[in-house]
Design a protein around this ligand. Structure first.
Ligand SMILES: *Cc1c(COP(=O)(O)O)cnc(C)c1O
Length: 391
């Protein structure tokens, strides 16, 4: 097997060409946390022995239980990825019409609405957290609005109380895209307990990964049961199908890997925390660089390290992005372009840039710096030195 770098985001040929000229190895925005391979072999042996590969097998059941305990939530349904979790969450609550959501996210957030024939209505974000601004949500409500789909962007919790108040006043559902919010807690416990449902992603790029994977966190056993039917074609038993369900089941190999990953996740989160602290210390007084602050969470997950490059910095955001790239460091412009800029959305009135001034400005300034458990001091020093070296 050739030894290729396991980059989160596959490098383009141009990037690879650049890398080839560099003496130092490339640094990507993230690198998946992988435990030692030999630790996974016993799990594989168990699967080979019992011949159960999927359909809610023993590892699937174990991981649902273990994640409920680890995250501090009551019920959770595993999925083969987070996007199918979002699509199924909307089905489970029978959401129709219009849903208010954020343009400042990964494109799957709004795509899950289109896949359900729902019209996304984009509202602007708060300049401090870059999460949906509750006042803008309220202003976007129409007689067709049935739900809100906010994102805990970068793992920083939304203004959950204000959002719930609006939902209660207007009788709306709330489905959180919590793809970034694994293990995040506020004063009352897991941030995943808020809203009607929360959807996690365990994609390779996320804080906790099962290669591909995801989950819906739900408040009661009845909702979980409906979701479990929906993710298995609508089957209730051998001969009964109650809904036009999909195949969203997590396989035993992914679930087994999740069980192993859980043993390492605390160490991974601690490493992320120290990398975050080093960046903040090094960049706090750099003119024109603003490190995004947390949103007051009691337990953070340090999933991303977004900086905003302002006018006082000698380079533009794209200038810094390019300079890092020229030095083999692949920072990423999450989230640029905004979801509302993509062709299937940009014709919508709510997608117009003048309706989204805060998100539009952030998309022009943001740069996510590399952060991952195995990053190491030397790699981080390289990133910081390039940012500082422009003065
Ligand atoms: C990663 C991500 C998703 C999609 O999750 P997958 O598991 O890759 O399908 C959805 N929303 C956000 C905000 C994400 O970052």
């Amino acid at each position: 097997m050739p030894k290729t770098p396991l980059a989160l985001v596959s490098p383009t040929q141009a990037e690879l060409d650049t890398d080839a000229k560099d003496t130092a190895p490339a640094i990507y925005v993230t690198q998946p946390a992988l435990p030692p391979l030999e630790e996974f072999i016993p799990y594989l042996q168990e699967i080979w022995d019992n011949k159960i590969l999927t359909n809610g097998g023993p590892f699937h059941q174990q991981l649902e239980k273990a994640l409920c305990e680890y995250l501090g939530v009551k019920h959770l349904a595993l999925f083969s990825n987070g996007t199918l979790g979002l699509v199924t969450a909307l089905q489970a609550l029978r959401v129709t019409g219009e849903v208010i959501t954020t343009p400042y996210s990964f494109v799957a957030t709004a795509h899950s609405l289109l896949w359900n024939g729902i019209k996304p209505v984009f509202a602007d974000v708060d300049p401090d957290t870059l999460n949906l601004d509750p006042a803008k949500i309220e202003a976007a409500i129409t007689p067709h609005t049935t739900a809100i789909m906010p994102v805990h962007c970068y793992g920083h919790p939304c203004d959950v109380d204000a959002i719930q108040k609006i939902a209660d006043n207007y009788n709306l559902r709330v489905i959180y895209d919590a793809a970034h919010a694994f293990a995040v807690q506020d004063e009352g416990g897991s941030v995943l307990r808020h809203g009607d449902l929360s959807v996690l992603s365990f994609h390779a790029t996320k804080v906790f990964n099962t290669f591909e994977g995801g989950a819906i966190v739900c408040p009661d056993a009845k909702t979980k049961q409906r979701i479990d039917h929906l993710k298995n074609f609508g089957f209730v038993d051998e001969t009964t199908v109650v809904a036009p369900g999909i195949n969203g089941k997590m396989s035993e190999i992914n679930a087994a890997f999740g069980m192993l990953q859980l043993q390492h996740v605390d160490a991974a989160l601690a490493k992320r925390q120290s990398i975050d602290a080093v960046y903040r210390g090094a960049l706090q007084n750099v003119p024109g660089i603003r490190c995004l602050q947390d949103a007051g969470e009691r337990v953070a997950n340090y999933s991303y390290f977004p900086i905003l490059v302002g006018a006082d910095y000698p380079l533009s955001r794209d200038g810094l992005y390019q300079k890092l790239k020229d030095n083999g460091i692949h920072a990423r412009r999450y989230f640029y372009p905004l979801i509302s800029e993509f062709p299937m959305y940009r014709g919508m009135v709510s997608a117009h840039r003048e309706n989204l001034p805060v998100a539009s400005a952030a998309a022009q300034k943001v740069l996510c710096l590399p952060i991952y458990p195995a990053m190491g001091e030397d790699n981080q020093k390289r990133v910081i030195e390039i940012i500082l070296a422009t003065f």
